[in-house]
Design a protein around this ligand. Structure first.
Ligand code: COA
Ligand code: MG
Length: 306
């Protein structure tokens, strides 16, 4: 799953207005939620609504994910059976506490798909319990075999379980766990999303927390309200300057005089192939509209006097 993952919006699957609105929102991912956002009496209806929404489309968001209920709950198995073959790009597994939690979902997906050779959805693991944090390495190490691609920080559940104040002093109580998530994700080549910010009317507070997540190394942030999308996209996306510099690096290495060189002089700066790879990855991750340099408008032809 290439592409930017700056913003991933949770959408309660039992709210028809939210589902309808979500289809046209410019988040990099939508996560149709069957778990915490849906009360037990509405679980079956929410699953049916998520299925219908996935089939109907079209979706502006390039990535469509569904957060299932845990397999240990009364609904998890039915969620996987119904959704595995219905085209979501990813299934988000809540409260993952062991590699087995990920492998068991993959096994259910295979069963649901009749053991077809098709790859099925990617798996994202929510890390939101003390055990999940402790077992993070074991969970991430299962990535290749089970199709785990992304770790998601579950701020609300973790703070509740730890009896800590998640917001005090710029998330001081959570910092060690946030950094550990980034460390493990990078060690195992996974993507990593920061937790949600509950006060959706506090744009300043959201921006400050998103900038902190960006500084810590997260790819993007999970969101609860459409009002948070634009800020997340801006804060986690590459700046115009970074895009411009990436193009300069790619062009410089493409010059004949630089063919086969490991390091080059670019306006007095050493630039290595590592930077070239980073520049290419940045350009590859951009949405189509940003991937090509903006064409300068041709100058209007001057009227020549005859
Ligand atoms: N996804 C899509 N649309 C959403 C949305 C979301 N997460 N949250 C709100 N909207 C829509 C509303 O449906 C409403 O659309 P409408 O004008 O067509 O009715 C519009 O955005 C404005 O919503 P607003 O009135 O500001 O908020 P609300 O009171 O309807 O909802 C919340 C507030 C917090 C209950 C709601 O944002 C929500 O349910 N968020 C997701 C919660 C969740 O998934 N939690 C689990 C993960 S932590
Ligand atoms: Mg939760």
């Amino acid at each position: 799953m290439a592409g930017l993952l700056r913003s991933a919006l949770f959408v309660p699957a039992d709210k028809p207005r939210a589902l309808a609105k979500a289809a046209g929102l410019e988040a990099d991912a939508v996560i149709l939620d069957l778990e915490d956002a849906v009360a037990p009496p509405h679980k079956d209806a929410a699953r049916a609504a998520a299925l219908k929404a996935l089939r109907q489309g079209p979706w502006t968001a390039p990535v469509r994910a569904v957060r299932i209920n845990a397999l240990s709950s009364a609904w998890g198995e039915a969620d996987v059976l119904a959704l595995a073959a219905s085209g979501p790009d990813a299934l988000v597994i809540p409260k993952v506490e062991s590699a087995a939690d990920v492998h068991n979902v993959r096994a259910q997906i295979r069963r649901a798909m009749g053991h077809a050779a098709l790859p099925g959805p990617h798996l994202w693991a929510m890390v939101e319990t003390p055990q999940g944090i402790l077992k993070l390495e074991e969970i991430a190490a299962s990535a290749a075999a089970a199709g785990l691609t992304t770790l998601v920080f579950g701020a609300n559940d973790l703070a509740t379980a730890l009896h800590c104040d998640p917001l005090a002093a710029h998330r001081q109580a959570l910092l060690a766990h946030l950094s550990r998530l980034v460390l493990v994700a990078r060690s195992f080549g996974l993507r990593v999303l920061d937790g949600v910010y509950n006060a959706f009317e506090d744009a300043e507070g959201f921006a400050a927390e998103a900038r902190q997540g960006k500084t810590l190394g997260f790819d993007g942030k999970t969101l609860i309200h459409p009002a948070q999308i634009a800020a997340a996209n801006a804060i986690f996306g590459p700046t115009d300057e970074q895009i411009k510099q990436a193009r300069v690096i790619v062009r410089a290495f493409a010059l004949k005089k630089n063919a086969g060189k490991g390091a080059i002089n670019l306006n007095g700066q050493m630039v290595e192939r590592l930077h070239l790879e980073n520049a290419k990855a940045l350009l590859d991750s951009l949405p189509a509209g940003l991937a090509q340099p903006r064409q300068r408008k041709a100058a209007p032809k001057r009227k020549t006097s005859s």
